[in-house]
Design a protein around this ligand. Structure first.
Ligand SMILES: *Cc1c(COP(=O)(O)O)cnc(C)c1O
Length: 480
């Protein structure tokens, strides 16, 4: 059997491919073998089933109920993508398997899928190349800002700061700071988008890049976006697009066409991987061609003979940012989802996400204040200020929703809205579910008006009831 290995780069951490053939069989030494049968607990099937059913009932998820958690896209993800990610040919694939063995395909299929997914994401976002390595949105942001830094370094630019509007996701300033930049926050204007004049005032030679979420966390698309990207470019800066939630713009507008140079996408928000519980996720990063040389290694490349390989030899690369090639199971789900939905399906996703959000916003505005936005895109932010005057705060409304079997929306974010409740219904919810949510929210507003004192007793339906947050914070025992 002749094996072909790509050369790895000496001195870099990460995958080093063996020089010799991989062993065909693996013999376990006697000292590692058991002498006696392992002592495993013995329980009956009903006990096991009851145990896991009980655990599953303690969990709240999109599989149990409506989950309008703004900015997090808790949408129902189709089960067929899970089945695909469970195919043994994929799950049994070892990340150190050789890339190409003559006469056998081994990892070729997996590399082709990564390559095809990168191509699909390029088409969806209007970028020139993608890396699928980052394992979360924030990880993608960090990788993206490192790319911006590598680009400026190579050009000999000494730019020290990144501009981010005050409605930005908290991970934006954190990523920029970890990558070594000074973060300048730009206030929002009365319409809820980055204040154009204040932005112009802050833009100077020192600005390495601008990180924008568009539509932003208020669900509002910035009408000055083209002017912002043009101005940034003319002062030598780069534009970063936080595309964690792409379901507002899929098939409608592409960040690359708006002038963005770097974009990250959360596959676990928009592309069929359940989101929550801390992962696993994936935050692929796309770039325009000037930034390709800096992308993390290894890169998946297509050889002239049509086979695929991992390339570790990029001189200017920022290096490794994850072990191996990212979360492959998440990539499989995203790729399957994109193929099954197709172009029209993806357009339907964004149209339904926007329609559902506007439907809710219209009816809920009868009961709650809506500080920003006549029309929203995939999400919107209500303010509970009216209810707060009666002593019922966003947190109390959230607790009341729990008793109604609905997961609370994101509360107290973005920070620029008082008593914020950030709602994202997503494209996968039916009109019946939305109507039910509207009637529950209407009832809560009526209760706030008539019997505000009862809110302190919510939630009643959870095993522990209302948490004493002051006590929880004070008595927090951080031992071990
Ligand atoms: C969720 C989110 C992120 C961060 O993504 P993680 O995968 O949670 O790290 C960044 N920006 C926006 C707008 C988000 O909604």
């Amino acid at each position: 059997m002749e094996l072909i290995f790509e050369k790895s780069r000496p001195g870099r951490i990460g995958v080093v491919f063996p020089e010799k053939d991989v062993p065909v069989t693996c013999v376990l030494e006697t000292k590692y073998k058991r002498n006696a049968t392992a002592e495993l607990p013995s329980v009956s099937e009903p006990e096991v089933v009851r145990h896991f059913t009980k655990l599953s009932k303690m969990n709240f998820g999109v599989d149990s109920n409506f989950y309008p958690l703004g900015s997090c896209t808790m949408k129902y993800n189709p089960k067929f993508t899970e089945k695909i990610a469970q195919i043994e040919d994929f799950t049994a694939l070892h990340p150190l398997s050789p890339q190409l063995v003559r006469g056998s395909m081994l990892t070729q299929g997996a590399l082709e899928i990564i390559s095809n997914l990168e191509g699909a994401l390029c088409e969806i976002t209007g970028m020139d190349a993608f890396t699928t390595q980052p394992m979360a949105g924030a990880h993608g942001e960090l990788a993206g800002v490192m790319l911006i830094a590598a680009y400026h370094k190579q050009k000999g630019n000494n730019k020290k700061c990144i501009l981010i509007p005050d409605s930005g996701h908290g991970t934006n300033p954190a990523s920029a700071a970890i990558a070594g930049y000074i973060v300048k926050s730009i206030p929002s204007d009365a319409k809820g988008v980055m204040d154009l004049n204040k932005f112009k005032h802050a833009l100077n030679d020192d600005v390495a890049g601008v990180m924008l979420t568009c539509p932003n966390t208020l669900g509002i698309f910035n009408p000055h976006i083209k002017e912002i990207t043009d101005l940034t470019h003319s002062s030598g800066g780069l534009m970063y697009y936080d595309g964690a939630n792409l379901n507002a713009i899929l098939g409608k507008v592409r960040p690359g066409d708006l002038g963005f140079d770097v974009v990250h996408i959360n596959l676990h928000k928009t592309f069929a991987t359940p989101h929550g519980g801390g992962g696993p996720g994936a935050g692929p990063v796309g770039v325009k061609k000037e930034l390709i040389p800096f992308l993390p290694v290894p890169r998946v490349i297509k050889r002239n003979d049509g086979t695929f390989a991992l390339d570790f030899e990029e001189e200017l690369s920022i290096g490794y940012i994850s072990p191996f090639y990212g979360n492959f199971g998440v990539m499989l789900k995203a790729y399957a989802y994109i193929l099954v939905l197709g172009k029209q399906g993806l357009i339907d996703v964004s149209e339904n996400a926007v329609l559902n959000a506007n439907y809710l916003k219209y009816y809920l505005s009868k009961y709650y204040d809506v500080p920003y936005g006549e029309n929203c895109l995939h999400e919107f932010v209500l303010s509970g200020e009216k209810q707060a005057k009666k002593g019922v705060h966003a947190i109390d409304i959230a607790k009341a929703l729990i008793d109604k079997g609905i997961h609370p929306p994101t509360v107290y974010f973005p920070l620029i809205v008082k008593e914020a409740m950030m709602i994202e219904p997503t494209e996968t919810e039916s009109k019946e579910t939305l109507d039910e949510f509207i009637s529950v929210m209407a009832e809560i507003s009526r209760l706030a008006e008539e019997t505000p004192e009862i809110f302190k007793t919510f939630p009643k339906t959870t095993p522990v009831g209302r948490l004493d947050e002051v006590k929880a914070a004070r008595d927090m025992n951080i031992s071990g």
